[in-house]
Design a protein around this ligand. Sequence first.
Ligand code: ATP
Ligand code: NCN
Length: 210
Amino acid sequence: MENNTFNASRIAIMGGTFDPIHLGHLMVAEEARQKFSLDKVIFVPVGIPPHKSAENITPSYHRYMMTLLATNNHPHFFVSNFEIDRNQPSYSIETLRYFRDLYDSETSLYFITGTDTILDILTWKDYHELPQLCDFICATRPNFSVEELETRVYRYFPELKPHVHYLQIPLIEISSTEIRNKRFNEQDITFMVPETVENYILKENLFKGD
Ligand SMILES: Nc1ncnc2c1ncn2[C@@H]1O[C@H](COP(=O)(O)OP(=O)(O)OP(=O)(O)O)[C@@H](O)[C@H]1O
Ligand SMILES: O=C(O)c1ccc[n+]([C@@H]2O[C@H](COP(=O)([O-])O)[C@@H](O)[C@H]2O)c1
């Protein structure tokens, strides 16, 4: 997918474990696309998650397939296999360097996250360099307050603040954890994921714990 994107001018990367991708991810991406006039949102499923135990995560092949199925009918949504094809932890700094090099200097690069994710940014590899590569679009998420960014992040890393743009969205109480738990307990997940993803989960018998 990357080869035909050279002339686009506002690109956002949406990184995530996507285990599985759900309607919360898609609503955040679509709101960001509309509010920031993005030409493309590129979903990048993590290969080896930097801060989570890889043992408990669904194989990257399934997570990639579900991300493709969820985004396939959206003309501005794309999926990259950059992280899942690398046999090393998926550090965002490396992903962003790759995409920064791929596009010309006129292209604005964004990284879309939920508030929970950006609150941990001081633990990310080479975090000081991130604002030189992209701006962040930070979506509101239930149980996490953007005010906390002042005390937990900007206080120690003030250079980041001008590079963070807030995205107020209706708070969506969906998480991949909740979907996995529901499947484990044999509960319905209809309306939490796109139908194509639900069908894939059922067909591949994912998240059943057996
Ligand atoms: N409901 C939501 N509202 C806003 N942002 C979200 C929501 N769900 C996920 N995100 C954001 O999407 C990105 C990728 O999230 P991820 O794939 O880890 O999903 P998750 O639902 O948080 O998963 P898990 O429950 O397994 O931790 C993160 O930046 C996260 O903050
Ligand atoms: O670069 C890092 O050190 C780093 C540490 C933790 C998370 N991230 C990225 O943040 C994004 C969301 O992560 P997660 O674990 O909430 O799915 C995903 O793209 C991760 O690669 C990146």
